[in-house]
Design a protein around this ligand. Structure first.
Ligand code: DAH
Length: 340
């Protein structure tokens, strides 16, 4: 019996399939219901008891070997068969696969996140549906401020007022409520305003808010941070200019312009021949806002800024119609494939 097993094992080890037929014959011969291994199992029943253990093990091993062989031959043989049949030139270049492209607004948002991350800002987020306190009251908006009007804000509920946030400044309120300084964060996200859709405005757009609160934070820190941002985003040659402005939540407040990156400051229709374009609002966080959020305004100061991602993207890629961002025309989107 042992000899028979050994002989079959040798035969199995030497076997090589030439085609599907020989492979099938192999299966029938060794592993079929009436195959040689099955026959041996039948014989096994009548061998002397003292040999059973050893022979049993050999038999099981043989069966496993046969199965392994069948399986491995099937694999190599099938792979080989495909190449043989298709007769393909494997050195030919593959067909072009159409990859998707990242949306230009996402590319610029990531770049903004990246630039501020390099100087110690962390990226955070807040809810798109906000209550009156976080969107307006904590930020020092007077009761009669026009932004609180239905004309400008999408309200979801009245009394208590729940609305789609009109700016990402609401997230700075949440951040200050939930932690103590130092806070150095940026908050990118979607915002909503009840505006007519045009080449320059949309009812949904994107902003990045920035906040830095600590001891002795000054306007010089604000200026230097934003100067660094502008140069990283638009290039070393970029000039910046601060103009006094007004926001309820900052005092003093400013708007920041950069030298027009389209005409290089010479004057064109994008910068309305001034050589400068506005990119963000900023200022020192009003002490009232710090106090509204539970931060001691005698101990801490801070600066904040807010910018529109659409605006930055339009300047960066020289896009002249904001609606293009939301139409999802693949001919437009495909152009940013390499800009990842
Ligand atoms: N929230 C303002 C807006 O939507 C932008 C802004 C201006 C944010 C000045 C600020 C800031 O943090 O200091 O127009």
């Amino acid at each position: 019996m042992k000899e028979k097993i050994q002989n079959i094992l040798n035969e199995i080890n030497e076997f090589k399939a030439e085609n599907t037929e020989t492979l099938e014959n192999f299966r029938i011969k060794f592993l079929g219901k009436k195959g040689q291994i099955q026959e041996l199992f039948a014989e096994f029943k009548i061998i002397p008891k003292e040999q059973r253990k050893e022979v049993g093990m050999l038999l099981n091993e043989l069966k496993n070997k046969a199965k392994e062989k069948l399986f491995s031959e099937q694999k190599t043989f099938q792979a080989g068969a495909k190449i043989e049949k298709s007769n393909k030139d494997l050195s030919m270049p593959v067909d072009y696969i159409q990859l998707g492209a990242r949306h230009p607004l996402s590319i610029i948002r990531n770049e903004i996140n990246d630039i501020f991350s390099r100087i110690g800002f962390t990226v955070n987020e807040g809810p798109e549906i906000e209550d009156d306190f976080h969107n307006f009251t904590a930020l020092n908006f007077p009761e009669e401020h026009p932004a609180r009007d239905m004309q400008d804000t999408f309200f979801i509920e009245k009394d208590p007022d729940i609305a789609l946030r009109t700016h990402t400044s609401s997230v700075q309120v949440r951040a200050m409520e939930n932690s103590q300084p130092p806070i150095r964060e940026i908050y990118p996200g979607r915002v909503f305003r009840n505006e007519a859709i045009s080449a320059r405005a949309h009812c949904i757009f994107h902003q990045v808010e920035g906040l830095y609160v600590d001891k002795d934070v000054s306007f010089a820190d604000l200026k230097q941070t934003l100067f660094y941002f502008a140069k990283e985003m638009f290039g070393e040659e970029t000039k910046i200019r601060f103009r006094p402005s007004y926001f309820p939540f900052t005092e003093p407040s400013a708007e920041m312009d950069i030298s027009c990156n389209i005409c290089g400051g010479k004057g064109c229709n994008i910068c309305k021949y001034t050589g400068f374009v506005e990119i963000l609002g900023c200022g020192m966080v009003d002490p009232n806002v710090l106090e509204n959020c539970g931060i001691d305004s005698k101990e801490y100061t801070g600066f904040a800024f807010g910018m529109g991602i659409e605006r930055i993207t339009m300047l960066k890629y020289q896009i002249n119609d904001l609606r293009l961002f939301f139409e999802n025309d693949s001919r437009f989107l495909k152009q940013f494939k390499d800009a990842l």
